[in-house]
Ligand binder design. Structure first.
Ligand SMILES: [Zn+2]
Length: 269
């Protein structure tokens, strides 16, 4: 009997030790693994990227060359809404826009107010500009910006039929106002800038050329990635919708939503 008790006691002790030895390291190992797995997962989730799209209207001009040089210096990208009737005077600059990774968009052929001319003339303005852009660069534009940002339902339909989205902006540098100083342009462009924004500038004024260099450097220093409109919309809104109006990477108006554009714009600007 004594022998049986001794053997049982031995088993009991061995079993307890076994359980203890098994349980303790197993617990530590599991929790360490869990922490490690968590850290690994956090590494895999990419940091949200801070993207901004700088856009230039009314070029190309001599100022465009200066801006392209500054963009190259910071490995930054921008979007140029060009006028069709200017491209023949600046064939090399137009080529550079595309060759250096920037996006080229349609800003009409001769800067007419597209909502105040006949529908046929408006369509001609878009087609002539697209033909000039294609001839100069081999690119078929997927975006347009109406002169003065003025477009009506006919313009949106014409854009949709041509596979183009309509791009506005949510930050206006107001560089077109006569007498605007470089400091005003940079301040307006940079004051409230956030990820997803579209900034409006014109590669037409010497002040804008100077201001652009400062804006490009400052945005880069603040950790923004300067990207094309295409990239911005793809990142923040998924696929670009022809005929829709984008005022930023995240705010989009679509005719299909059945809302009046002016009404929508007032509540979303
Ligand atoms: Zn313009």
């Amino acid at each position: 009997m004594k022998k049986i008790i001794a053997v049982a006691a031995c088993f009991a002790v061995l079993f307890s030790v076994h359980v203890f030895v098994q349980a303790l390291p197993a617990f530590n190992f599991d929790s360490e693994t869990a922490i490690y797995e968590e850290e690994k997962a956090a590494d895999l989730i990419p940091e949200p990227r801070k993207m901004v799209a700088i856009t230039f209207d009314d070029g190309p001009t001599d100022i465009t060359i200066q801006i392209l040089n500054d963009l190259a210096k910071y490995n930054a990208r921008a979007t140029f809404f060009v006028l069709g009737n200017r491209l023949e005077r600046f064939p090399e600059t137009t080529q550079r826009i595309v060759n250096e990774g920037h996006q080229i968009g349609n800003h009409s052929f001769s800067h007419k107010r597209l909502n105040r001319i006949s529908v046929q003339t408006m369509k001609n303005e878009l087609d002539l500009a697209n033909e000039a852009i294609f001839k100069a660069t081999g690119v078929k534009p997927t975006i347009m910006r109406a002169p003065y940002g003025e477009h009506d339902k006919n313009v949106l339909e014409a854009a949709a039929a041509r596979g183009m989205a309509v791009i506005k902006w949510n930050i206006d540098s107001i560089d077109w106002q006569p007498g605007t100083a470089v400091g005003n342009i940079t301040q307006r462009a940079l004051k409230n800038v956030q990820a997803g924004d579209i900034i409006l500038l014109h590669d037409l004024y010497p002040e804008t050329g100077v201001a652009s260099a400062i804006i490009i450097k400052e945005l880069t220093d603040r950790g923004f990635e300067l990207v094309t409109v295409d990239e911005l919309i793809e990142y923040y809104s998924t696929e670009m919708e022809p005929g829709a109006v984008y005022i930023s990477g995240v705010k989009k108006f679509s005719v299909a939503d059945g809302v009046d554009f002016d009404e929508w714009y007032e509540s979303n600007r």
